[in-house]
Design a protein around this ligand. Structure first.
Ligand code: S3P
Length: 435
């Protein structure tokens, strides 16, 4: 358990070897699909984050049996229930996890009972219309609080739809593909910008057939209903969005050296590596393998220059979870960082555009806040400050990284929120930091 506030002191360097717990996006999907598969699954290196525990707890409430093996490998063994789950005796508590609520909606929409899905204060503010509308067209009945949680979903025999998503969202895409498993006919989901494809890759790993093709800058996926999933034995690659904090920390110091084995390198997630290399970080991939359709690699990282970057269009969708930490180190870059087309950041666990602007200003930076992004000039030294993370894990971790090159100490409030995706974050940061 992390304390509710953590003091971060300036560093001289980042050095060492770090392997990350399993990717959060993949862990959610494997946790859900293992639950509706036939037969046992073994998920090694399952995410240690509280969000992925919320997914497993919801699956248990839906009658799925699973166990956590206490051998230090974060192994989850799941006994699949098949496509028919059991009616929960109380609300499904999704905690802080938008992924749990949105993706699991697609599964409960195909069940013969009503489920209530609830979340914490932050999740209760997040938009759900993006799944309510298409799931309703498939035949589910959904009540919400003006398009926000709690959701009350009455499942039905679903019918397939042909759906072009108005927002670039991998959660919505996975939700509809999962619902498509329960639908009569072929469901087609189109995205105009490519988002992470772990739902598609995971479905295939569990034996589901689907067709995928590129359409312009996006893609289309077709899935036939009624297919059965079979359990899998998998090892989940390290979370690249958790690694992002350490890669950005390494980028702050020219003498940094990091070794990262078993990191997720899926091309829909690895754009951060290109951007950091363009900015001057030296990254080499020393090994690359494929496990159940996901690319996993080992990285050798060395500090270098820290030029600026512009992130817009398809890059903003591809880097959506990494923008807070890139923005937090922007003042230290030579030419600054400009972020556009990232309006989705306003409806994450917090309004991340406002949170970054406010906390960078607290550290003495000049920042321009835009409706869909930020303009942060480079060459600005920062000073230590009190950071309000708004209980948003990525804001807490992003500013712990910015604090490493600031003058004086920084107090991160709401530091316990790091546990949502990476409970060991502050401990590992301390271990890798040279002072
Ligand atoms: C996720 C997709 C992204 C991301 C979130 C996890 C996923 O959200 O921000 O942290 O696992 O599919 P959207 O799909 O809403 O953009």
């Amino acid at each position: 358990m992390n304390p509710s506030q953590v003091t971060v002191r300036p560093a001289r360097n980042i050095r060492g070897t770090v392997e990350f717990p399993g990717d959060k996006s993949i862990s959610h999907r494997y946790g859900m699909l293992a639950g509706i598969a036939e037969g046992p699954s073994r998920l090694e290196n399952y995410s240690t984050g509280a969000d992925c525990a919320s997914t497993l707890n919801c699956m248990r409430a839906l009658g799925v049996k699973w166990d956590r093996k206490s051998d230090g490998q974060n192994v989850i063994e799941v006994e699949g229930s098949g496509l028919s789950l059991s009616e929960p005796s109380g609300p499904l508590d999704c905690g802080n996890s938008g992924s749990t609520m949105r993706m699991l909606s697609g599964i409960v929409a195909g069940q013969g009972f009503t489920s209530e899905m609830i979340g914490d204060e932050s999740l209760s503010r997040r938009p759900m219309q993006r799944i309510i509308q298409p799931l309703t067209s498939m035949g589910a009945q959904i009540d919400s609080h003006e398009g926000k949680p709690p959701l009350r979903i009455t499942g039905a025999s679903l019918k397939a739809i042909d759906y072009k998503m108005p927002v670039a969202s991998a959660q919505v895409k996975s939700c509809l593909l999962f619902a498509g498993l329960f639908a009569d006919g072929e469901t087609r989901v189109e995205e105009t910008l490519r988002t992470r494809d772990h739902g598609e890759v995971a479905l295939r790993a569990f034996g589901v057939k689907l067709d995928r093709k590129s359409v312009g800058a996006g893609s289309e996926v077709r899935i036939r209903g009624g297919q059965h999933l079979r359990g899998v034995e998998v090892r989940i690659p390290g979370d690249i969005s958790s690694a992002a904090f350490f890669l950005c920390a390494a980028a702050l110091f020219p003498e940094s050296q990091l070794t990262i084995p078993n990191l997720l390198m899926n091309p829909t997630r690895a754009r951060l590596l290109d951007i950091l290399m363009q900015m001057g970080l030296r990254i080499s991939v020393t090994q690359l393998d494929e496990i159940h359709g996901e690319l996993v690699g080992s990285l050798q990282v060395e500090g270098g220059a820290l030029k600026g970057a512009t992130i817009s269009g398809a890059d903003s969708a591809a880097l959506i979870d990494e923008i807070p930490v890139l923005a937090a180190i922007a003042p230290y870059t030579q030419n600054g960082i400009e972020v556009r087309d990232a309006k989705e950041l306003r409806v994450k666990e917090s309004d991340r555009i406002a949170a970054v602007a406010r906390n960078l200003r607290a550290m003495g930076a000049e920042v321009e806040e835009l409706e869909d992004g930020l303009k942060i000039p480079g060459g600005q030294p920062l000073h230590g400050a009190e950071i309000d993370s708004l209980s948003d894990h990525r804001i807490a971790m992003a500013f712990a990284v910015a604090a490493l090159r600031a003058e004086g100490e920084t107090l991160i409030r709401g530091a316990e929120s790091a546990a949502i995706s990476y409970p060991a974050f502050f401990h590992v940061l301390e271990e890798l930091t040279e002072r």
